[in-house]
Structures are given as C-alpha cells and as structure tokens.
Design a protein. Structure first.
Lengths: 212, 212
C-alpha cells in the first residue's frame, strides 16, 4: 500500500442523545490512524480550552475571510458566534494518509455532503426511542412540554438517516465502535475507491509480461 | 435485532491462484453465523465425497428439471457434467438468518449477479502479478507457453473487478479474512439494507408518543 494514499473522511452524526461523542472518543482512542477534525470558532476560549485542540479560535474578520475563500466544509452562526469545519485542515490530514473523523450535528453533516464529493456518512441511532427519552431526561431537568419538543425534534431528525450511507445503532458503545471500525475497513475495499490502484497494478502486469 | 432477519449472500470470486479457497475456509472456521453454499452436480461422487457436504449429487433428469423450474442462481456444463448453485438451498439458509458464502469463479459470479437482486460481490486479488505467476507455477508443471496463456487469462479476468462491490488483496490470509469480516459487518449497517427496520422503530416511536 502506498503510504501517501489519501485517508477517508468519516462524518459521524445523529440526533442529540444518540451518543455520538462517546463513540467518537473510544474510536479515536483505539485507532492511531484516525484524527478528529477540530472546528473553528469566533467565540472566546473558555478556561482550559487550547487553541488547535478544542477549537481553532479565529477573529471574526479571519473567519469571514475564510468563508469568502470557500475554506469551510460547513459553517453556521449561533448566537452571534461563527462555527465551522475548516476545509484546508481536513484536506491536509487526509493528504497525509490519516482518516479524519468529523463529529457533527445533522444540519452540519448535510451541508458537508453538499460541499464535498468524498465522505462516508454514518448516522448514530439510539437503541430505542424509549432509551433516547431516558438519555434526554438524564441530561437535565425538562418539563413534560420541553421533553416532548426535544423528543419530536429527534423524531424528525431520524428521517434524515436516508441521506446517510450507514446507520449504527448505539445499544452498546463497544459494539458500535466495532461497527465503525468495520465500516472504515470495508470502505477501503470498495471497488469505487480502489479502481485507480487496481489499474496501477495492471500497468505493472503489462510491464512484467512484456519485459520480464 | 430480529433473529429471523434475512442473512447476507456473500459471493467470493476472483482469478484462479488468487487464494479464494483458503480465505473462505478460514472465514467459515471463524464465524458460526456463516454457511457455505454447496453446489449441485450430475457427476458421480468421488471416493470420500459426501452428498450434501461436497456436492448435492443429482441425476441428469433432476438437474434439468431444476433448471426448468428456475432453481439455479447459476449453472454450467463442463465436459458433459452439470454444475450449479441451487437457489432454494441458498434461500433457505438466508431465511434462517445465516449469512451464506458462495465461492465461485468469475463467470459464475457474473451469472449470479444477473439472477438475483441481493448479494455482496467480493473480488479476491493476488498481492501482485508476480505472486500470481509464482502460485500458478507452484500448482503444477507448466510450459512457458501454457504459463503465459494462464497468466494472460488471469490478466483479462482482473478487468471484471469493476462489476464487483469490493476487492480484497490476498497478501496475507489473516488480513484478507479480517477485511471480509469487516465487509459483512459494514454491509449490515448500510442504510439501503436497514431502511425497513428503521421505519419499524419509527412506528414504535409514534406509538410511544401517542400512547405512553
């Protein structure tokens, strides 16, 4: 295998409460060839946050400048602050042969899908709607009304699974991580991705046949 | 997960000398949920061959009767004997929830592809053309002419990789088997395959929202 073979972009997304954060953390801990994409933001660093680790902290001017240069796979404004996925950073990591995990909400994932030809899109599903409800309840005090609202929103979000390549049910973190590892390995064997390297080995063959 | 969920049909194919037999054997030894599809034939059993294990031994009349009933995923006549993959046997195994391995030459695999909507098609590649040459030489004494003929035929066959879903390079059997296991696990997470079960869980959700 060529060491400089471009890595895979794996977009991991799903409704809040599905557990994508936990899954990504374990996946990254277990696999040295995986890197996490770090978002850029214009909000101020909080105590303990490190530039380039938690976020790339940018000034508003710089952020807007990068938007104009088309350097975001996706970006959004939330309460007056910008957040985005810097295209050139992701590209640099992929070019070095590393696989890149992009953990992102559903809206962001769909924008990424519009803005790039590559990317394997994985939707993390809660094991059941009952379990999702329990997780949402555990996260903080909810009134029955706001619980129903968040629940209905998760329900609507699950419709977007059809835009994704894979769906992984997060009933057990270890099993979900194994499935993601399998997806990454399998994607690298897909003929659509391999065509180029197979043609290369055919060139070798022609050479061997003619000149050996 | 529903225990009766239909299994996967995995068609493992490739040029002779690529090592698909060794890979399939190890894959089957390691995975209890996998079964090997047993071919039917009209040739006489050889010493030690067991009906239903090595082959399903059929009379010529019975074989032709089954062809007429459209009960083969593929079949061929070789030196006056018929060989084929019985559709109903494969279907029974899949319906029981088992995954089924079909180890077959390229011509057979392409016929299977024409005759069924399902099936994950995996092409086993030799690590290099030089290695394939060595393997072909090891198999028996070859004249330079017959070696070149077999080699050219393997070269032509590699073109068919574009008809397959996955390609696995057999440089190390253990690694190739891991890739096949990953392909099987990943395929079960593909959204195209999951749609039905996700819709089912959405039905549960509607029920929970309305009646809980």
């Amino acid at each position: 295998m060529n060491n400089k073979k471009r890595g895979l972009l794996i977009v991991i997304s799903g409704p809040s409460g599905a557990g994508k954060g936990t899954i990504c953390k374990e996946l990254l801990d277990k696999n040295d060839n995986l890197l996490l994409s770090v978002s850029a933001t214009t909000r101020s660093p909080r105590k303990g946050e490190v530039d380039g680790v938690n976020y790339h902290f940018l000034s508003k001017d710089e952020f807007i400048n990068r938007i104009e240069k088309d350097d975001f796979l996706e970006h959004a404004e939330v309460y007056g602050n910008y957040y985005g996925t810097p295209k050139s950073n992701v590209d640099k990591m992929l070019e070095s042969g590393k696989d890149v995990i992009l953990e992102i909400d559903i809206q962001g994932a769909l924008k990424v899908k519009e803005n790039t030809e590559e990317g394997v899109f994985v939707f993390i599903l809660p094991p059941s709607m009952e379990e999702l409800k329990q997780r949402i309840i555990k996260r903080g005090s909810e009134t029955p009304e706001s619980l129903m609202k968040r629940f209905k929103s998760a329900y609507k979000e699950i419709n977007f699974v059809s835009k994704y390549n894979y769906a992984v049910v997060n009933d057990e973190v270890g099993v979900a991580v194994e499935k993601l590892e399998a997806i990454i390995l399998a994607e690298k064997c897909r003929v659509d991705r391999l065509k180029h390297s197979i043609l290369d080995s055919k060139e070798d063959l022609i050479h061997e046949q003619l000149y050996d």
